[in-house]
Design a protein around this ligand. Structure first.
Ligand SMILES: NC(=O)c1ccc[n+]([C@@H]2O[C@H](COP(=O)([O-])OP(=O)(O)OC[C@H]3O[C@@H](n4cnc5c(N)ncnc54)[C@H](OP(=O)(O)O)[C@@H]3O)[C@@H](O)[C@H]2O)c1
Length: 291
């Protein structure tokens, strides 16, 4: 059987970087960064997809600057809302599968129950609204697709809470950290491995599959940003001198409002694929040990 051609966007992002490796076990990966394919240029995106003619498109690229999106809504919309729809249309023409990533920020953060895939979406900020619009554009295009909603993504490279905290804990004697927003930190490597596992399962010739759609995909367990910071500190004695003060989100104003409850219920992923990501603390320890 010939190996599928997989078009990967955002290949230098946190998740994209890890997907380069995990997807290569499944097929021929054509990995494009934002210079090779600018998602804000719809004509170029269509042309590129048609030239490459993949049987799977994996799209971790996104405008992820949550606060900046408040003042650049059109740029965020082009990448997060319009481009996924174009990719989905092109996937439909090729009868290709589209794998896309979305976010806990599609929810308004009310309550304390983990959100399920079919709960009502009500984003609080521009980033969340544009990501939700991207989900809807994919659904409207009607191609086979997976939308993996994840949260609080970090890894050993890129721009993320883990690396920012490690730097600040060295630079400052005291840090104030939000303690009333609850979610699950998710290691980009495990997200990429889970994606490849899902794809390998549906590629199995013995399996006829029809459960396309939205899946939540985060590590097990939950914490606050303050709890996440404490766990980062506990894994490295050279960070021990910084005092970590818990504060409410309202004492740390940002341009974009964040949800208080970012918990995602991952049962659907387990039911469909027998897959549950490990506890966030174990993943964090592994990530830090590999740096
Ligand atoms: N980070 C999080 O905490 C988080 C939480 C929930 C969900 N997610 C979702 O998970 C997915 C992966 O996130 P991530 O953390 O890996 O993001 P990331 O590290 O910020 O990477 C995003 C990638 O998108 C690319 N990109 C941005 N604008 C582009 C454009 N116009 N054309 C082509 N590529 C463009 C960037 O390329 P350049 O670097 O070249 O600009 C970058 O490589 C995204 O869908 C995101 O919305 C992330």
């Amino acid at each position: 059987m010939s190996r599928p051609r997989i078009l990967l966007t955002g290949a230098n992002g946190q998740v994209g970087w890890e997907l380069r490796r995990t997807l290569s076990s499944l097929g021929e990966v054509v990995a494009l960064d934002s210079r090779a394919m600018n998602l804000a240029d719809t004509a170029a995106v269509r042309q590129k997809v048609r030239n490459i003619a993949p049987s799977i498109i994996v799209n971790p690229a996104a405008y992820t600057a949550v606060d900046k999106a408040e003042s650049e809504p059109e740029r965020a919309r082009a990448v997060n809302a319009v481009a996924p729809g174009i990719l989905a249309e092109e996937a439909g023409r090729l009868d290709a599968l589209l794998v896309h990533y979305s976010t806990d920020y599609v929810f308004n953060g009310s309550g304390t129950t983990p959100w399920r895939e079919d709960d009502v979406c009500d984003p609080l900020n521009v980033y969340g609204a544009t990501k939700l619009a991207g989900e809807r554009a994919i659904q409207a295009a009607g191609c086979r697709h997976f939308i993996f909603r994840t949260s609080w993504v970090y890894g050993a490279r890129g721009s993320n809470f883990l690396l920012t905290m490690r730097r600040l804990m060295r630079e400052r004697p005291e840090l104030k950290i939000v303690a009333d927003q609850i979610g699950a930190p998710t290691w980009c490597r495990d997200l990429a491995e889970a994606t490849a596992l899902v794809l390998s399962q549906i590629a199995s010739p013995a399996r006829s599959f029809d459960q396309w759609g939205v899946y939540h995909m985060t590590h097990a367990g939950e914490t606050s940003w303050h709890g996440f910071a404490e766990a980062i500190q506990a894994l490295d004695e050279t960070l021990a001198s910084a005092r970590l003060l818990p504060i409410p989100g309202c004492d740390y104003p940002t341009p974009a409002q964040r949800p208080l409850n970012s918990r995602l219920n991952n049962d659907r992923l387990e039911q469909a694929f027998g897959l549950r990501l490990q506890d966030w603390r174990a993943a964090l320890a592994l990530c830090v040990s590999e740096r």
